[in-house]
Design a protein around this ligand. Structure first.
Ligand code: FE2
Length: 292
């Protein structure tokens, strides 16, 4: 069968929203029963300096059930601790892939870099019904343990999945994700294989790029910051503008199950959300206490 380039299905301009204890962030999409980006549920961009946020408020203790939250920091830190005994710092270039399963309580408190910056992304990935009540699990990867590969003016930093024979350190995720931080030198063109049938998304956060093949001079160059949702096909296309481009590329296998999101929980039915709230009220949401 002929290899096809994925057309652009939708372009999203992230909107500012308030979350946590008053954290201003850029949201491209959030959990919704329409589940348009299955298996992805949410993509947030912490960029506190644009516009300037006041005192950093962070995300005090809150629960999750039924999802995975993926934190990727570029500048600044997030200090975290949780109900299953984990505590640590997610620093520049680090990744935390948190599988909440049946439930965790955690807090996520950002701090500025020496330059005063906080810059990072949080992605929520769905869990299939059969794994929503699994044991919570963490994969914490330091920046130095995330491999990269250079190819013709492109650098690929691979968090999960495989590209050019290089495998990301995050493994055994139900959605079979590819998650990469891609930097393109000026004008560099890319055909990136993405499994057919998987959802694929690019999040352009530096420079400018075109994500559709077009006759010379007719390509639609998008400026950062934009999210591009690709339609189906064998490969995603990108060409950097005159100043280069940097974007996150994510793809994953859709679960095609109904979802019922409620705040930090994403289950399949309303009854499961009611059970979740009842578990919280009755003190059986998690079995252990917060790490000190
Ligand atoms: Fe959280």
């Amino acid at each position: 069968m002929e290899k096809t380039i994925r057309p652009i299905k939708r372009i999203i301009e992230p909107q500012h929203v308030m979350e946590g204890a008053g954290v201003l962030l850029r949201r491209s999409f959030g959990p919704n029963r329409t589940n348009l980006y299955d298996p992805f549920l949410l993509f947030d961009h912490f960029a506190f300096n644009d516009p300037k946020e006041g005192p950093i408020a962070g995300f005090p203790t809150h629960p999750h059930r039924g999802i995975e939250t993926v934190t990727y920091m570029l500048e600044g830190n997030v200090r975290h601790r949780d109900s299953i005994g984990n505590a640590g710092i997610i620093g520049p270039g680090d990744v935390q892939w948190m599988t909440s399963g049946r439930g965790i309580l955690h807090e996520e408190m950002p701090t500025r870099s020496p330059d005063g910056n906080i810059y990072g992304f949080q992605l929520w990935v769905n869990l299939p019904a059969a794994q929503k009540m699994s044991q919570p699990r963490y994969q914490e990867i330091k920046a130095t343990d995330i491999p990269f590969v250079d190819d013709g003016g492109a650098r690929f930093r691979i968090v999960a999945g495989e590209h050019l024979g290089v495998h990301g350190p995050v493994t055994q995720i139900a959605a079979q994700p590819l998650y990469m931080d891609i930097t393109l030198q000026p004008g560099v063109e890319l055909n990136l294989p993405v499994p057919r049938g998987h959802s694929a998304i690019a999040y352009l956060f530096e420079g400018a790029a075109s994500f559709e093949q077009a006759p010379a001079g007719e390509g639609s160059l998008l400026p950062a910051i934009r999210m591009v949702i690709f339609d189906d096909g064998d490969a995603a296309y990108a060409q950097a503008g005159a100043d280069g481009a940097r974007f996150m590329l994510m793809s994953g296998a859709p679960f095609r199950e109904p979802i019922f999101p409620y705040g930090p929980f994403v289950m399949n039915t309303r009854e499961e959300i009611e059970q979740t709230l009842s578990d919280l009220r009755n003190g059986v949401f998690v079995q252990t206490e917060m790490a000190s």
